[in-house]
Design a binder for this molecule. Structure first.
Ligand code: GLN
Length: 198
């Protein structure tokens, strides 16, 4: 976006609020300079510039998406506008889901394996590197990205696996940036939404 647009409005970003930790995303988006609204119906998608799919349980979210007739509207929304998926949200964005196989929105060319760190290390706070800076990453029953398509860009890794990936307008994190104080990941998404708005 050019500097000569002082009147450009704040982007309006939806957070899918069917299940999971949508509240923390809402405040992280607001800290990153966006207006945040909760999305529960297909009509809610009409007024937003981008969407966050939060963590939670991807199987439950899939079920709720089907019940609310939101699966197809959400997929079509993602063809036009940026979507950021964290953890279960990243699972929903991926093209291929393992352990077990399940349907997904297929908006990013990734293969992702659910609950891949095993039971004994369900959750942890790890140190990763982002944009050349040390950063904290909160993993909760996290998936592992096993394959990244040719058009996807790996922005951060942990234990030799991608944990933050960008593909065109979309972004996927296997960790929970909304639970850490540093706001880089949400800032990055907000700027992707701004770029897509102009
Ligand atoms: N284990 C969950 C799933 O497979 C994801 C966990 C999370 O979103 N924190 O859907």
């Amino acid at each position: 976006m050019s500097k000569s647009q002082p009147h450009s409005r704040k982007p309006n970003i939806g957070v899918l609020a069917l299940q999971g930790d949508f509240e923390a995303h809402r405040s992280a988006l607001e800290r990153a300079g966006a207006d945040a609204v909760e999305v529960r119906t297909a009509a809610d998608l009409d007024s937003i510039d981008g969407l966050v799919i939060p963590g939670g349980e991807s199987t439950t979210m899939l079920k709720l998406l089907e019940e609310e007739n939101l699966f197809e509207p959400l997929r079509r929304f993602g063809e036009r506008r940026p979507v950021f998926g964290t953890c279960a949200g990243a699972i929903l964005l991926a093209k291929e889901v393992l352990n077990p196989r399940q349907p997904s929105l297929s908006l990013m060319d990734l293969t992702i394996e659910r609950n891949a760190y095993g039971r004994q290390i369900d959750s942890r706070i790890a140190q990763i590197e982002m944009d050349g800076q040390p950063a904290e990453a909160v993993f909760i029953r996290a998936p592992v990205i096993r394959r990244v398509g040719a058009h996807a860009k790996v922005l951060a890794e942990y234990q030799n696996a991608p944990v933050l990936v960008e593909q065109g307008k979309h972004l996927a994190a296997t960790f929970h940036p909304e639970l850490s104080p540093q706001g880089h990941v949400h800032e990055r998404f907000v700027s992707k939404v701004r770029d897509c708005t102009v």
